[in-house]
Design a protein around this ligand. Structure first.
Ligand code: 5GP
Ligand code: MN
Length: 325
């Protein structure tokens, strides 16, 4: 995995850099932002970290304080350039979207879908996590990876690969990067425990609700379930353990596609998570609904109440399975 020279030159020649990640950030986004920010600071840049949030996912909550979340408090004139990480469309930058219109922008990403933006693009859909691309940028800058950067990069790689479960044999290079990160101080056990352990009791109730509501459709080739706004209020949205829900339902015999429809607070819209095993391209399903992502993990927003959103998702999944998406 080589890093384009123009990206290396861009970060070397930009004294005041703002790093921006996508809304509803995950471990790959946060890990990429914080590791890159640390390395660029060491290289002499003044770094500002922005992310629109919300920081709902439990494993990233500890990092919330390190980010500016309100674009209203940021003046684009205070920076010389932007690096956007893990984000395929400017609209996923939430309130920070205007910043890329005002400044030279480099994009480091691995999504298959989206509306390309930015002046310098380092976008590789075959790479399983953005942190692998950030690793190659830091090493191309001639810097040793610090233990903190190693932990952040390993966190991102573990997040997007389901702790290496989603990798196939062609992606061995990323495991070689993981070995280098361990050499630099990342611990798989500590990363795993931070990501998957110490879950609250409410999180098991959340999981139970998702499991008991599941509907198997298309002769059992797809599983469809939902979470309501009341679940989030009663159980606490930070107690939602999406990974456990996904893993439990994808493990069911015959299931190739999973869709989890989550009613949002205002009850007029839903967020949808798609997951696939095998060859069905859920990024294509999500893209048709205005979202995007990766072949095996994608998502979208539907501006309809829960019942209508469920109907839309059901028919999209059935159609994709009929036509092999
Ligand atoms: P998750 O299901 O974990 O929220 O998202 C899975 C993947 O789909 C992530 O890589 C994320 O970037 C992408 N994704 C989720 N929601 C959206 C969305 O509303 N729009 C787009 N373009 N991508 C999304
Ligand atoms: Mn990612």
């Amino acid at each position: 995995m080589t890093c384009p020279d123009e990206l290396v030159e861009f970060v070397q020649q930009t004294p005041r850099i703002v790093i921006v990640g996508h809304e509803e950030p995950d471990g790959d986004c946060i890990g990429s932002q914080l590791a890159l920010g640390s390395a660029l600071s060491r290289a002499g840049a003044a770094v500002t970290q922005c992310n629109p949030g919300p920081f709902e996912r439990r494993e990233i909550a500890p990092y919330r304080e390190q980010f500016i979340t309100d674009y209203g408090t940021v003046d684009a004139r205070s920076f010389d350039g932007v690096v956007v990480v893990d984000c395929s469309s400017a609209d996923r930058l939430g309130g920070f979207a205007p910043i890329v219109e005002h400044l030279p922008t480099a994009v480091i990403d691995h999504h298959t879908t989206g509306v390309p933006f930015g002046t310098i693009r380092c976008v590789h859909p075959s790479i399983p996590a953005t942190t692998v691309l950030v690793y190659s940028l830091i090493t191309a800058l001639g810097l040793e990876i610090t233990p903190f950067e190693a932990r952040m990069l390993f966190f991102g790689l573990s997040t997007d690969t389901g702790f290496f479960r989603f990798l196939d044999a062609t992606q061995w290079e990323s495991v070689a990067v993981a070995a280098e990160l361990m050499r630099a101080g990342a611990s798989p056990r500590a990363t795993h425990d931070a990501m998957y352990h110490n879950r609250s009791r409410q999180s098991r109730v959340y999981l139970a609700r998702a499991l008991e509501r599941v509907d198997f459709i298309a002769d059992g080739a797809a599983a469809l379930t939902f979470l309501t706004a009341e679940d989030a209020i009663g159980l606490g949205s930070d107690n939602r353990d999406s990974d456990a829900i996904h893993a439990s339902l994808l493990a069911v015999e015959g299931v190739e596609v999973l869709a989890v429809v989550r009613e949002l607070d205002e009850k007029r819209a839903c967020a949808v998570s798609f997951r696939a095993t095998g060859d069905v391209d859920v990024a294509a399903i999500a893209a048709k609904l205005g979202g995007g992502g990766h072949q095996k993990a994608a998502g979208c927003r539907i501006r309809e109440p829960l019942v209508e959103s469920l109907r839309v998702v059901r028919s999209s999944v059935l159609e994709a399975l009929r036509h092999g998406s």
